[in-house]
Design a binder for this molecule. Sequence first.
Ligand code: ZN
Length: 64
Amino acid sequence: MRCSNKLNFQSRREAEKHADFWFDRNEKMKPYLCNAHRSWHIGHDRASENPVTRIHRILEEGYE
Ligand SMILES: [Zn+2]
């Protein structure tokens, strides 16, 4: 699972602190809870994705 390479955070608050530093040029990064690791990661804000991109991400990364 690709998210195994991601940073793990024990709380949303901790993830949000790091989200300020980890962002792409155009996309905002947002904390999300990972069921596989039972911890928080930082990822792209999926609300801004189109549905096709979102489905591909879900299939590839296995979260949500
Ligand atoms: Zn994970």
